[in-house]
Design a protein around this ligand. Structure first.
Ligand code: SF4
Length: 503
């Protein structure tokens, strides 16, 4: 429940949560202890939102901040009033309450015709779920006697390219949403009314549905989904059968799904899983492998992406490579070689990555990457940013082959893949002596966090430890590709998919 000295029972975020699912709102108010733990990804989103919000304040500089205090809504409202009465014309995080709803407004600015309201979002376009967020603020502020002349969504310009200090007027796009939110006044009033009645009663009976993940991952996912067994209709990958329709009809376990209603990929997933089967289309696999010729270079990048670009020439959300691992085989039977590169902390890594990579990969190399479209996108951006290496990088792109194809196309399929073709799933099946288990850095997002921790650290020992973990992780990705290629060749010649290196 909101703190005792907070007179509002709802807030902007709770209103938005209630629109997604009444039960989520009820649980948030009465049983917040049932919420899932906050993940590092979610924490990172909060941090980004905070940084973007601060940057947006510089669109209208010189304003007064009303600091957030979860224990004192009334105090924040009083401080906001006092600033308005004093004649302050730009407020950040201004607080208001009306009809039992407390809101904080990212930016409120006194214009010629009245107050202008600005809601800041860290996305590159207007999303439908942004609109009720602004509408409830408009409703509360007008109800609280503030004359709003316009309401805007401030989002990021996805086309922005950094060149020197970030210019907020180029980085952000302002969308006028005034008419839209004015039209939603009745809707907001009605929804608030329904939510207030709902939260003062018993827990609403709402079963799981598509809204559990749309528009946001619900905080109570773990609580509500605990009764869904591990191998259920929801394990089915890709588009196809309506999983919630099956669920509502009592078909929950994978073994209860009638196979004839599934499309071919989902049917194969279910059939193989239930019967523990494996399959190899050796003809298709052989024809794929015929394109893989020596010298073979196995490439994997690690990248970071930030909402606010760090380096000139980069855009919001752009993947910037800071590390690569490159195993190579010059010819059949040759000893496996390895090159790797990890950028120094806090420098734009792109030029060094490009230079180093071009030095290591010969012109005639066949470059294997697992999910190569990702690697080729990175290479293309590097080529655009580094004219000196453009030609060479383009050759690498031309020579790239996607090692994920046999799995994505299901030339090779094993029931434990359960519809997935990711390297993290495929590798332990094909070569169970290689594993990411127990590694301090064990996936791409952990690697990105580790890279930023390395950039923030001033402790040489810690920097050295993080470097070692990052190098170890990326090297395992390309060593894994080497092993996957070996295994695919063996499978093409009649070998089994699993059973290799089994203890
Ligand atoms: S997990 Fe789904 S059903 Fe449960 S509260 Fe969240 S949205 Fe509602």
């Amino acid at each position: 429940m909101d703190q005792a000295n907070n007179t509002a029972s709802l807030s902007k975020s709770k209103f938005v949560q209630g629109l997604q699912c009444h039960k989520a709102l009820y649980l948030q108010i009465h049983h917040p202890e049932l919420a899932d733990p906050v993940t590092p990804e979610r924490e990172a989103l909060f941090r980004t939102g905070y940084e973007v919000g601060e940057l947006a304040q510089s669109l209208f500089p010189g304003g007064v901040v009303i600091p957030y205090d979860p224990n004192d809504y009334d105090g924040q409202i009083a401080r906001t009033r006092a600033e308005i009465e004093k004649g302050t014309d730009v407020l950040y995080e201004a607080a208001f309450s009306y009809d039992g709803v407390f809101v904080k407004v990212d930016i409120l600015r006194q214009g010629k015709a009245g107050w202008e309201l600005y809601e800041v979002k860290s996305s590159a376009s207007v999303q439908p779920y942004h609109i009720p967020d602004i509408a409830v603020q408009y409703y509360v502020l007008t109800g609280a006697g503030i004359e709003i002349s316009s309401a805007h969504l401030v989002h990021i310009n996805g086309e922005f390219v950094k060149n020197g200090a970030i210019q907020p007027d180029k980085f952000f796009v302002l969308e006028d949403m005034t008419g839209t939110v004015q039209d939603m006044e009745d809707f907001v009033r009605t929804e608030i009314g329904k939510m207030k009645v709902m939260v003062s009663g018993g827990m609403p009976v709402i079963d799981i549905g598509p809204y559990c993940k749309t528009p946001f991952d619900c905080n109570f996912y773990g609580y509500c989904w605990q009764r869904v067994p591990e191998n259920s209709v929801f394990s089915l990958r890709n588009k196809g059968v309506d999983k919630f329709a099956l669920y509502r009809n009592g078909i929950i376990r994978l073994q209860d799904v009638p196979l004839d209603i599934l499309n071919s990929r989902q049917r194969q997933q279910a059939e193989f899983f239930l019967n523990e089967k494996e399959f190899a289309d050796r003809k298709a696999l052989k024809s794929f492998l015929e394109n893989v010729r020596y010298p073979i270079y196995f490439l994997d990048f690690e990248t970071f992406a930030t909402t606010i670009p760090l380096y000139d020439g980069t855009s919001p959300f752009q993947q910037v490579p800071y590390q690569y691992s490159l195993h190579y085989l010059e010819c059949e039977g040759a000893e496996l070689g390895h090159h790797e590169f990890l950028a120094r902390p806090n420098v734009d890594p792109r030029e060094e990555v490009a230079a180093n990579l071009c030095l290591r990969i010969p012109d005639d190399a066949c470059v294997l990457a697992f999910n190569a479209p990702f690697e080729t996108r990175i290479l293309r951006k590097l080529a655009d940013a580094s004219p000196r290496f453009k030609k060479k990088l383009e050759r690498i792109i031309d020579n790239a082959i996607d090692l994920a194809v046999p799995f994505r196309s299901r030339y090779v399929y094993h029931w434990e893949m359960n519809g997935s073709w990711s390297q993290k799933v495929v590798l332990p099946l094909l070569a169970n002596d290689l594993s990411y288990k127990g590694m301090e850095v064990a996936n791409g997002s952990m690697a990105m966090d580790a890279y930023f921790a390395m950039c923030a650290s001033r402790d040489p020992l810690e920097i050295a430890r993080i470097r070692e973990n990052l190098l170890k992780y990326c090297a395992l990705d390309t060593l894994g590709m080497v092993r996957i290629l070996e295994r695919l060749r063996a499978i093409a010649e009649g070998g089994k998919i699993t059973g290799y290196n089994q203890e």
